[in-house]
Write a protein of this length. Structure first.
Ligand code: B12
Length: 302
């Protein structure tokens, strides 16, 4: 079971988000990090720095000391000595907040925790650093028998509704269009919704077919909507078994991407699809890169 870190030391804010929270320009924050060791970011696998509530606390302390008239080096020393002092770390760890609220069936507290997350983080961070890690934690705890199916259902229903709320209008504009569907029998549509939001923040238009989509019906929808890309997602091994003919029919009409843990290079090769096994934000970035900013060369995706 993956433990959730203590509220103050888990990094989840990117530099721009930290900057907005504390009202200090990113360049200044970077200088304080370099000169005074004021910030202690964690690194993501992709090399991004992630800042924590403890970092927020130290910057706020530094600002107080500057306001009191101390020179920067002196203000920094004071702020570092104080550790996460009174009034320093306001928000708490969003994943821990969600865990307590959702697993305690406390809908209002959960909605407030999600409101805070949505107000402070960009969509990529909401997905990568809060919702997906929380969902994995939820699944681990369910598998270990620490929480019930009822708690898991309650939590995923609320998260799903809040993600879908963010999806309103995601088919507008003139960006490239992605059609997203879960393989037949597949009910796990949360990662697909996350992918849709991550694509949307990169200018795509989204047509979401959601859970358990019959592939014949997908072929029909493709010929009506004519998306630049179709993504079919699957969590379980047997979702794609015996469906190579239907998948090939999709891939013959439109660049097809197979995503999710059980999509394999073998199946993708067999049907002429592209395999994407990263997390939703990484996949969104990659598809966007492949298509180019003009969205013209859809053929590059498959
Ligand atoms: C919420 C949930 C449900 C909800 C789904 C709600 C919804 N609308 O999506 C419900 C209640 C319906 C459900 C049902 C079931 N679930 Co469920 N569920 C989960 C849970 C808690 C979160 C799923 C999720 O969204 N995860 C977030 C994803 C993105 O994280 P990830 O799995 O680590 O995926 C990584 C990559 O593989 C990739 N990725 C994965 N999918 C996709 C898709 C796309 C498009 C992209 C780009 C990337 C991508 O991104 C992640 C990397 O960051 C997981 C726990 C978990 N570990 O995920 C279990 C889990 C997936 N479920 C599991 C099981 C066993 C079931 C059921 C069989 C339970 C049952 N006995 O009925 C059913 C099957 C339903 C079905 N027919 O599909 C197992 C799967 C084990 C396996 N693969 O064999 C898990 C892992 C729980 C566990 N630890 O055992 N579930």
């Amino acid at each position: 079971v993956r433990a959730v870190n203590s509220p103050t030391d888990q990094g989840y804010l990117r530099i721009g988000e930290l900057s907005r929270r504390v009202g200090v320009a990113p360049d200044t924050l970077r200088a304080w990090e370099r000169r005074y060791g004021m910030l202690r970011p964690q690194r993501t696998q992709g090399g991004f720095r992630l800042y924590s509530d403890a970092d927020v606390g130290r910057v706020r302390a530094m600002l107080r000391h500057l306001e009191d008239g101390l020179a920067p080096a002196q203000a920094a020393r004071r702020a570092l000595e104080e550790a996460p002092a009174a009034g320093a770390a306001p928000a708490g760890d969003p994943i821990a907040d969600l865990r307590v609220a959702l697993e305690g069936f406390d809908e209002s507290a959960a909605q407030e925790a999600i409101d805070r997350v949505l107000a402070t983080l960009e969509m990529d961070s909401v997905v990568s650093h809060v919702f997906l890690p929380y969902l994995r934690d939820l699944g681990d705890r369910w598998e270990a028998g620490e929480i019930s199916v009822a708690q898991e259902h309650f939590a995923s229903a609320i998260l799903r509704s809040r993600l879908l709320e963010q999806s309103r209008g995601w088919d507008r504009g003139d960006g490239p269009r992605a059609m997203l569907a879960c393989a037949p029998g597949e009910l796990h549509d949360l990662p697909l919704i996350c992918l849709g939001l991550a694509l949307r923040s990169r200018g795509w238009r989204i047509t979401m077919l959601g859970a358990d989509t019959p592939l014949e019906s997908l072929v029909e929808a493709v010929s009506v909507v004519r998306p630049e890309v179709v993504v079919v997602s699957a969590m379980f091994d047997d979702r794609l078994d015996g469906r190579t003919d239907a998948l090939r029919m999709v891939a013959e009409r439109v660049p097809l991407v197979l995503a999710g843990p059980v999509a394999t290079a073998a199946v993708a090769g067999l049907v002429g699809a592209r395999l994407e096994q990263g997390d939703p934000v990484t996949v969104a970035a990659r598809l966007t890169g492949l298509l180019g900013t003009g969205g013209a060369t859809a053929g590059a995706v498959a």
